[in-house]
Design a protein around this ligand. Structure first.
Ligand SMILES: [Zn+2]
Length: 228
């Protein structure tokens, strides 16, 4: 996930974000071939820049690069999907531990400001903003914990869980939803770690419960159609 993070700037990161959003919005399906020359044309950049972006996406688990065959949107298997959600729960719990242990006075207002944006996007039905903001809430928690390690772990896990959700979700369109985030903010405000971890666990289970980890639907779509 690349949105709203100071670490990811520059043309390659912008390409990554566009591709990530296309995956999250189900316009770009797992297994789709990502042709360098087409991407260079769509994004109006050099092929070297495209290769740089594809390498970044590969390290985040969103793209698979096969020798002599090219790059494809990754298709994580069922076991990997379970592992990703398992570790995401551990990392999010650690973030909450850090946050409830010593919370900065600016943290709650920042979380509330983010929540306000989520409610606004929800009211407008702005799908792209909803996707960015719901993942962004979790990243903001990690940023507020002050650990760059937890931020980078969580960014990786969120981008992988986004791809997994598009592959295995029974129903289209699920995002976190501001109400569960609001409850999490309250638990953090009260420095109630047990309640915060319980809420987060339930919250992530709601996402995971919607996944059918027994089969995958793979529909290939034309790359150009998906990206423009
Ligand atoms: Zn959430």
């Amino acid at each position: 996930m690349y949105q709203g993070t100071e670490a990811a700037v520059g043309p390659a990161a912008e390409i990554c974000e566009r591709i990530w959003l296309s995956i999250a919005e189900r316009r770009l399906r797992p297994g789709t071939r990502l042709k360098e020359e087409q991407l260079a044309e769509v994004f109006e950049v050099s092929r070297a820049r495209v290769r740089q972006a594809l390498a970044m996406l590969e390290s985040d688990g969103l793209v698979t690069i096969l020798p002599n065959r090219g790059a494809f949107v990754a298709e994580p298997g069922v076991h990997e999907a379970r592992d990703v959600f398992h570790f995401r729960r551990q990392v999010e719990a650690r973030v909450l531990e850090r946050l409830t242990d010593s919370i900065d006075e600016t943290a709650i207002p920042r979380l509330e400001a983010h929540l306000a944006l989520e409610r606004e996007a929800d009211a407008k039905g702005d799908k792209t903003a909803i996707i960015r903001l719901s993942g962004g809430f979790h990243l903001l928690l990690a940023e507020l914990s002050g650990s760059t390690f937890l931020v980078s772990m969580l960014r990786d896990l969120i981008s992988r869980s986004t791809l997994i959700a598009t592959m295995y979700r029974r129903q289209v369109d699920h995002n976190c939803g501001p109400d569960e985030h609001a409850a999490l903010i309250e638990a953090i405000r009260a420095s109630d770690l047990a309640e915060a971890v319980r809420l987060m666990d339930d919250h992530l289970c709601h996402v995971e419960d919607e996944l059918d980890l027994t089969e995958a639907v793979s529909v290939l779509r034309d790359l150009r159609e998906a990206l423009v």
